[in-house]
Unconditional design. Sequence first.
Length: 308
Amino acid sequence: MSLPDYEGWACFAAVADSGSFTAAATSLGMSKASVSKAVTRLETSLGIALLHRSSRVVTVSTAGERLLGEAQAMVAAATAATEGARGDRADLAGPIRLAAPMSFGIKVLGGPIAAFLDLHPAVEIEVMLSDARHDLVAEGIDLGLRIATMEDSSLLARTIAPVTASVIASPAYLEKHGTPRHPLDLAGHRLIGYGHRERAMPLRFHRGGEEATVIPTGPLFANNGDIMIPLLAAGGGVAVLPDFIAEEALAQGEVVRILTEWATPQAFLHLLSPPSRLRPARVRALADHLVETLKRSCNAVVKTASTA
């Protein structure tokens, strides 16, 4: 059995990532001709075209799209094995791609990342903030933060901390429309929807052995909670939001918690990584740093919410 063409796969992944043979050659420290030759050799051995070339652009073919994730994983595993063989160094260096939810990243991630870069100034972190769910393997992402009830996944996951949520509304709204005493009372209110899936996802509450389910029917549904805070503060309705999003408005009295004796299904903050356990030392170091620092900050929010 012949060995896989590791150089060819690495060159293909680099061209696909950069969109250019020239840029790929620069990143790999090779000549453009050598990169082109390696990709052509790989395509010939496979009997398929991985890239479409023109005088102006290079695009990944349909067959190449199917194989790109495997190529990226192969390169990542080889890189991690090489760095692991060299031993963990104090002067960590190199790029890390980190994905995180938009609001969480803006409100929470800045401090931990700044502290890590202060310790390891040769590391370069690319942060991708989005409320969409990233495909870590296909997008070449080293680490991803996700707030969810984790479903079965091939990704490696480390649970960091619980993420609490509260039912909130402005004092002015409650004075005008009355304060709900039971979750089912929310059906008669402007219940603003928040989530990452379809609009009609039900809100579930429990108190001891009692359960209640409500469908949001308000005038707004958003997959990002920050846009909802001004509407709520202005008396626009009621919403269930994570405490890290609402904590500033709560502290300023713009909104208040209601139905505090009821709980919603517990979500957790998870740190995800691709399935290979071979990771560069810099990625392992950032993962450990995020778990430690974010656990403290999330637990502080939980403590504040529980004493409010």
